[in-house]
Design a protein around this ligand. Structure first.
Ligand SMILES: *[C@@H]1O[C@H](CO)[C@@H](O)[C@H](O)[C@H]1NC(C)=O
Ligand SMILES: *[C@@H]1O[C@H](CO)[C@@H](O)[C@H](O)[C@H]1NC(C)=O
Ligand SMILES: *[C@@H]1O[C@H](CO)[C@@H](O)[C@H](O)[C@H]1NC(C)=O
Ligand SMILES: *[C@@H]1O[C@H](CO)[C@@H](O)[C@H](O)[C@H]1NC(C)=O
Length: 183
């Protein structure tokens, strides 16, 4: 049987062990030990479809101004990612998030999207894109700022090429070549 002072002593030891600082929400800052990183290249096609009765991209905010660049328009997406340019080719993931028209005088987007994969090695993993997207350039680059699962601690770039766009309907098919450095 433990006596009262032994129990109090244990509580004191345990509480100091779990609360190293007086505030208790952060660890001691120590030098960072880098882990070896790997590189993976990804290639797929994104289908952003605003038209029809089953759109993958839906306008959720439109400011009350008349503006040729659609400044402020905000769209939520669940765009299919496929292995080929044909929408009927194998779906390997989806790009969920937002794109916003952020150019006041020239059409440009900013994108905040999570590209998640549903097939093969990277099923359940995703990469985060947070970037300007100058859509009037056929070839352009987006920043990959992070990732989940097998793409933990990811950083990289996505090189985009528009292979189809209809500015009236808002539909587009974009080829992605992504280089991701990750754990
Ligand atoms: C939109 O803007 C116009 C012009 O400024 C104004 O008359 C109108 O009341 C606004 N509509 C809404 C819903 O705020
Ligand atoms: C779009 O709206 C912004 C903000 O009101 C304004 O600065 C810009 O000149 C407008 N552009 C066009 C082409 O109307
Ligand atoms: C992908 O992962 C999910 C969740 O673990 C699983 O249900 C599904 O069967 C997997 N799909 C493939 C094609 O491996
Ligand atoms: C572009 O979209 C508009 C509106 O949905 C449609 O009328 C037109 O046929 C489309 N053009 C092409 C080339 O797909």
């Amino acid at each position: 049987m433990m006596n009262r002072s032994l129990i109090l002593g244990l509580i004191l030891v345990l509480s100091t062990a779990t609360a190293p600082s007086c505030h208790g929400y952060y660890s001691k800052t120590v030098p960072y030990k880098p882990r070896p990183q790997k590189v993976t290249h990804l290639h797929f096609f994104l289908h952003d479809t605003m038209s029809g009765n089953n759109p993958s991209a839906v306008l959720i905010v439109r400011p009350n101004i008349t503006n040729t660049t659609n400044f402020g328009n905000t769209v939520v997406t669940d765009d299919a990612l496929t292995v080929g340019p044909d929408a009927k080719s194998e779906v390997i993931g989806n790009a969920q998030g937002l794109w916003v028209s952020t150019g006041k005088n020239f059409p440009t987007l900013s994108v905040y999207m999570d590209f998640g994969f549903t097939q093969g090695e990277f099923n359940g993993s995703s990469i985060s894109v947070f970037s300007r997207n100058p859509i009037t350039q056929t070839e352009r680059q987006l920043a990959v700022v992070g990732g989940r699962g097998k793409f933990e601690m990811a950083k990289g770039v996505a090189n985009l090429k528009t292979i189809f766009v209809n500015f009236t309907s808002g539909d587009a098919i974009v080829e992605y070549h992504v280089t991701v450095i990750h754990y």
